[in-house]
Design a protein around this ligand. Structure first.
Ligand code: PMP
Length: 333
């Protein structure tokens, strides 16, 4: 009997995801580009890690107990993670999501039993913004067992999850031979936690960000200004402010990736590598290729494969949608 594979519950299945060498990205760039298979987490995304840490810390601090309610504003994945970890631990979930997010994520949230509140996609400065609405709802509802506003953007349990798990898992896989790490920013939890751990171990590891159009992070880490231009169909990434999780993060360089570059790669990888990835993974891998071209050849670079492409089937695998946005279309659709 292999005891390592015996898990007691949903939460124990989070993390320890494999790193897979990405064929096309490595061939194009002359480096070894590896993707961390976060889509293999039980809720299907990198956000299971943050969701579990947020709930674990809140239970420990007695902010909530069994029977309590979690409230969160999310592009979907954090909500799915919170709802599933919550179900496993006897908690209820109320999730606020912008209407613009994929119907697949919204349907998954409903089937998991979350109370779903859809709001218009509005900037953070507007009180109708999904994050602001989730805070308001958390203050309005009452539950004798506690109401927790997960507040993933500014709750430091988020980056702690990646400092304690994602970072060490990546570092330990390379026996000191890791040269670079790159990922995009939603809350900033992944980049901040992983960067914190890797830089502590070895300052020479280059930590960079990949940023979609319409996000201010590229300009911020390149020129120190929170400015953006353009738009992106990717979900869960892009940011216009320095969240608490991003404060004091060490980022060596930033790379901008447009949707067409990311989608071409996603379609090629599905056809030739058997990986069906979501939009943010495409941004990340294209960012890794750009980083590799600067620091390569023959370097070991890691990025994050955040979630499956099936979560966006109605968008990135939908010919009419792609045509309407003037984006590349997979040849077989
Ligand atoms: N990719 C996807 C698909 C996501 O849902 C998220 C989280 N919003 C991210 C990337 C970014 O991760 P983080 O919040 O840790 O910056």
């Amino acid at each position: 009997m292999n005891k390592q594979n015996l898990k007691n519950n949903f939460e124990e299945c989070i993390g320890n995801t494999p790193l897979i060498k990405l064929k096309i990205a490595s061939e194009i760039s002359g480096c070894n580009i590896y993707g961390k298979c976060e889509f293999l987490n039980p809720g299907g995304s990198v956000k299971d890690r943050a969701a579990y840490q947020i709930i674990k810390d809140a239970l420990k601090n007695k902010e909530i107990q069994s029977g309590g309610t979690i409230v969160e504003g999310t592009a979907g994945n954090t909500g799915i993670g919170l709802c599933l970890v919550g179900n496993s631990l006897g908690l209820q979930s109320t999730i606020v999501i912008p209407r613009s997010q994929s119907k697949e994520k919204k349907e998954m949230l409903k089937l998991c039993g979350a109370k779903l509140v859809e709001v218009d996609a509005l900037p953070y400065s507007n009180p109708g913004n999904y994050i602001r609405v989730s805070e308001k709802i958390s203050k309005e509802i009452s539950n004798p067992n506690g109401v927790l506003w997960a507040n993933q953007f500014d709750n430091l349990s988020n980056k702690k999850a990646h400092y304690l798990s994602t970072g060490p898992e990546i570092y330990d896989s390379f026996s000191g031979n890791l040269d670079g790490f790159i990922c995009s920013i939603g809350t900033g939890g992944t980049i901040a936690g992983v960067s914190g751990y890797l830089k502590e171990k070895d300052k020479k590891i280059k930590v960079c960000i990949a940023d979609p159009m319409g996000s201010a992070m590229y300009n911020y880490f390149k020129n120190g200004v929170l400015e953006s231009s353009g738009t992106s169909i990717t979900e869960g990434i892009g940011q216009g402010r320095i969240t608490k999780n991003l404060e004091n993060v060490i980022v060596d360089d930033s790379f901008q990736v447009n949707d067409a570059e990311a989608l071409e790669l996603i379609f090629e990888m599905l056809k030739h590598e058997g990986l069906i990835l979501g939009g943010s993974s495409g941004i990340n891998i294209m960012g890794a290729i750009k980083l590799a071209k600067e620091i390569g050849p023959n370097k070991n670079i890691v990025t994050i494969l955040c979630d499956y492409g099936t979560k966006y089937q109605s968008k990135i695998f939908n010919k009419e949608f792609l045509e309407s946005k003037n984006l590349p279309i997979p040849k077989w659709l």
